[in-house]
Ligand binder design. Structure first.
Ligand SMILES: *Cc1c(COP(=O)(O)O)cnc(C)c1O
Length: 476
């Protein structure tokens, strides 16, 4: 399979292989990599996934995307290794809440959020590719909580990566901070910055923009625009749908959405031939996506804090991949739309494109109050504690039940975080304190290694230079 940049407007766009798309992340023209064409899985292929383990399904679903870059036996080894440490034998189990309402639990990885499902796999792919090339990379990133812990946990003890995650001092939850600072690995560094999340992000951008620094340390990123993360997220849509009767019965999904990576993976699963009836985008009060799908206009507003902080986002980076398809895969038109969006803070699409978008997705906004009501309802009605992100998905799923296209399709809400990761909202709604699973039970007692730096580029660069391993090989 070959990959193109969404912003490549040349008559003959550059085509690259999987490994380059993996290691580059962002295309040099600022676009995102997407497959040139997708295969379509026959119903028999999907039927044959029934009863197989998560790792086996992962190998079968991901193989066409990895192409010649990774040998099938190596994909198998990496998949088995990635999901071995998860604390549920099914890796991504389903839990029934009602006659046709289900939760897909994506919090059984080491850091209790769904980002583990992709990052555990992608970090191992990075290691394998870098080992083959005899290279090392320095991964730098900014985090408001979940990505940082999942990325550090995925890269700890990696032979080819040093990782530096910047987080805003005092603005991540205690569980999130401890998950980053209690990792005793010489190559992993969580840095508290005296500033906001935006300051952290600006520092990371500035490090990438400093060409000599970038080259000296072979900087790389594992943020949510990396195509390999999307590929790894397609897998659980298959495991869930197949368990509920696909390909002989369609299934619907409600996805709590921030950067649009997770719900975009569902869209790709559908293009691959998985019968998905409705795809519901669930957002909190930061509802730019819902406004787009409801009236065709995407207009930026300031980010407002909510009870589901991992979705407090205005510009959903992966949305560009969908827009590329809506605009007929025209890199020139996409580039102009994105430049205009940056300049004016708004983006408008035509009625035809809007019609196409609305055939693909439905969107629902869930307020903080409705989020708390849903947490209480799930606890009272089913004895299940859900985290606030999951509650946003569940509330949107319930709201969508009456208008869904196919009443025979079960509705699956994605549970993207463990309730113990966001205990304050859960306790407020239920008066029950959600406890950490056994593998993290002693988290609050583990020693922390905290590094605190001012919001100053030079200070951060000096720290990275002093702690990154000596460089080997050239930049990807
Ligand atoms: C990252 C995250 C989301 C949003 O996922 P996107 O792929 O960015 O849309 C939702 N819930 C939780 C708990 C997350 O960590």
């Amino acid at each position: 399979m070959h990959y193109l940049s969404t912003r490549d407007a040349r008559p003959r766009p550059e085509r690259i292989g999987f490994e380059d798309a993996l290691l580059r992340g962002l295309a040099p023209d600022g676009g995102l990599y997407v497959p040139e064409a997708l295969p379509r899985f026959a119903p028999d292929f999907i039927r044959d996934l029934r009863g197989r383990s998560y790792a086996e399904i992962a190998v079968r679903v991901m193989a066409p995307f990895l192409g010649d870059a990774v040998a099938p036996a190596e994909i198998e080894r990496i998949a088995a290794d990635s999901y071995r440490g998860f604390d549920h034998a099914a890796v991504a189990p389903l839990r029934q809440l009602g006659p046709d309402l289900w939760l897909l639990e994506l919090f059984h990885g080491p850091t209790l959020a769904f980002k583990d499902y992709a990052l555990q796999f992608v970090a191992r792919l990075f290691d394998a590719a870098l080992a083959r090339r005899g290279q090392r990379v320095t991964i730098v990133g900014a985090t408001s909580g979940d990505t940082g812990s999942a990325a550090i946990e995925a890269c700890r003890d990696s032979a080819a990566c040093d990782i530096f995650m910047l987080y805003p001092e005092g603005r991540v939850s205690e569980v999130q901070r401890r998950q980053m600072t209690s990792v005793a690995a010489a190559n992993a560094h969580a840095i508290a910055i005296d500033g906001s999340f935006d300051d952290c992000q600006d520092l990371v951008k500035a490090m990438f923009a400093d060409a000599p620094f970038r080259a000296a340390h072979n900087l790389s990123a594992v943020n949510s625009i990396n195509w390999a993360r999307i590929v790894a997220q397609i897998v659980y849509y298959f495991t869930a749908a197949v368990a509920l009767g696909a390909p002989d019965r369609p299934v619907s999904f409600a996805v709590p959405t921030g950067n649009f990576g997770n719900v975009y993976a569902a869209y790709v699963a559908r293009l691959l031939g998985l019968p998905i009836a409705d795809l519901v985008i669930a957002t909190n009060r930061n509802d730019i996506l819902a406004r787009f799908f409801n009236d065709g206009s995407m207009a930026l507003r300031p980010v407002e804090p909510s009870l589901s902080p991992s979705m407090d986002i205005q510009v959903s980076s992966n949305f560009e991949r969908l827009l590329f398809d809506l605009l007929g895969r025209d890199g020139g038109a996409l580039g102009r739309a994105m430049t205009g969006f940056r300049a004016r803070g708004s983006l408008q699409i035509g009625t035809e494109e809007l019609g196409a978008a609305r055939r693909l997705f439905a969107a629902h906004v869930v307020s903080d109050e409705e989020t708390l009501d849903e947490i209480a309802r799930a606890w009272r009605g089913s004895g299940v504690l859900v985290d606030p992100h999951t509650a946003v998905a569940l509330a949107a799923a319930r709201a969508h039940m009456t208008t869904r296209r196919d009443a025979a399709a079960p509705m699956v809400a994605l549970a993207t975080a463990h309730p113990a990761k966001f205990p304050a909202a859960v306790e407020k709604a239920t008066h029950v304190h959600p406890s950490l699973p056994p593998h993290l039970a002693d988290l609050m007692m583990r020693p922390e290694r905290t590094i605190r730096l001012p919001n100053d580029l030079k200070a951060v660069q000096d720290f990275v230079a002093a702690h990154a391993s000596p460089r080997r090989g050239a930049a990807a």
